[in-house]
Design a protein around this ligand. Structure first.
Ligand code: GLP
Length: 246
């Protein structure tokens, strides 16, 4: 397997991180006609989304052309549930920016046959892709999307059981562990690897170990984000704390 060194953009503090990421992401969005983009949920991108809205929210002609592709989603939540990532991204970015509902390809959390639902997504990407910009966060256990440790580098879109650590980490958004579903959908590592460009966003000292393993550890499904080192087109935007620097 070929190995590449991702482009690492080192930022200072939280403000510099959000400013820099918003600037780079916007530059890429505006360089593509009908960009197909995955946006992550989580705390990491929140300030980035605020800046995109503050600085470019009025640029409706651009947002109207954006095609949003769900990166991951909980399984089994009813339509409209605030925990759905599709709702989250709507609240934090897409609704406010004006990305049309018809431009959003999302998982049906309540699909009767999850395997079929995952297949539907994979087929949709085959017909409408490639993903132009995969924007990803990094889990403390090295996951990207919901590709938990153990995910094969050639995995495709599928249902996956969330690890106890991931459920714990996500519980803070909803107040308690029992509010976090046990199963999720995720685009696979192979699916994400086919993107034209990948941004990995990493902020905070609590991500330092995962980022270190991503950059310098062995290439292994135990740290799913190491798959990014097999790709030539990855930009990692990280702050000093995540890079283990003072
Ligand atoms: C969740 C999401 C990921 C996200 C990660 C990091 O598990 N499924 O897409 O990147 O957590 O979240 P945070 O930014 O809150 O640390």
């Amino acid at each position: 397997m070929g190995e590449f060194m991702p482009d690492i953009i080192r930022t200072d503090d939280a403000q510099d991180f959000a400013d820099t990421a918003a600037r780079l992401i916007w530059a890429r969005i505006t360089s593509i006609k009908n960009p197909l983009i995955t946006f992550p949920t989580g705390k990491t991108p929140l300030d980035i989304y605020s800046r995109l809205l503050r600085d470019h929210g009025g640029d409706k002609a651009v947002w109207e052309k954006v095609r949003y592709l769900a990166l991951d989603e909980y399984v089994g939540l009813p339509e409209g549930d605030e925990r759905l990532f599709a709702q989250w991204l709507g609240r934090e970015l897409l609704d406010r920016a004006g990305v049309p509902a018809s431009n959003r390809m999302v998982f049906n959390s309540l699909a009767a046959d999850p395997a079929q639902e995952a297949k539907r997504m994979e087929q949709w990407i085959a017909a409408n892709g490639p993903i132009d910009i995969a924007i990803l966060g990094l889990g403390e256990n090295g996951h990207i999307g919901f590709n938990e440790p153990g995910s094969a580098f050639d995995s495709v879109t599928r249902q996956i059981a969330l690890s106890p650590e991931t459920r714990e980490a996500n519980a803070r958004y909803w107040g308690s562990l029992d509010k976090v579903p046990e199963q999720a959908f995720t685009l696979g590592l192979k699916t994400l690897s086919s993107a034209r460009h990948v941004f990995l966003l990493v902020s905070g000292a609590h991500k330092a170990a995962a980022l270190e393993a991503t950059l310098h550890g062995p290439l292994t499904p135990d740290v799913p984000a190491t798959v990014l080192r097999t790709l030539p087109n990855v930009t990692i935007i990280a702050d000093k704390a995540a890079l283990g620097l003072k």
